[in-house]
Design a protein around this ligand. Sequence first.
Ligand SMILES: Nc1ncnc2c1ncn2[C@@H]1O[C@H](COP(=O)(O)OP(=O)(O)O)[C@@H](O)[C@H]1O
Ligand SMILES: [Mg+2]
Length: 222
Amino acid sequence: MKPFIVFENVDFKYRRSNNIFQSLVLAINSEETTAITGNNGSGKTTLSKLAAGMLHPQKGRVVVDGEDIKEMSLGELGTKLGYVFQAVERQLFGMTVLDELTFVNRLKGIEESETYAKANKLLEAFELTDLRDRHPSTLSYGEKRRLAIAAALMSDISFLILDEPTSFLDPDRIESLSSTLDSLKANGVGMLIISHDEDFVARHADRIIRIEDGGIVDDHRH
Ligand SMILES: Nc1ncnc2c1ncn2[C@@H]1O[C@H](COP(=O)(O)OP(=O)(O)O)[C@@H](O)[C@H]1O
Ligand SMILES: [Mg+2]
């Protein structure tokens, strides 16, 4: 199996915190689903933000797809992996659902017919077609999360990081998110799922890593 996100002796602390990670060593593989579990405050979100280049270690390196992410722009990293926030509304900036899917590609100057063809496919796949003209802020949590995943997939990413994807979702919506993730997996998309939802983790994870106080206390295949 190919390592995709590698933490090499990573030390991390926030400006006003104790060490969150000390000499963290961890390799997360592509083409499988890895879950990170652990209590509140154990460092799960911090770990995922280090992987997504939103935070940088004080010591050590985070390597994505063979390259130190310090050497990559966020735009470049965004072509390799997608990130869906726990507070998903904070990452939706479009004026409409369709705009949310297309504005980055339009900014990049990618040909519009190509962009809209892709957006329409994703609207369909994520059951968002009827919502295409709605302002993202008017969507339910489940719809927002589907939209954020669809938006990440507008780039041809092969890896998706999801922070607490089931929070604020009722069981029906968890089920629909689950089938979305199943089909991504069937298409070879690797995932890192941060979650304390044991049923959800059991359903999706090939590998389960538990962290406590910034250290890995369990790492097993499922
Ligand atoms: N911006 C911040 N500044 C200082 N401390 C922080 C900040 N964000 C998180 N922390 C602290 O880092 C630790 C890990 O937090 P976090 O990664 O959010 O944990 P989890 O996602 O597992 O609940 C906690 O003790 C938290 O209080
Ligand atoms: Mg968290």
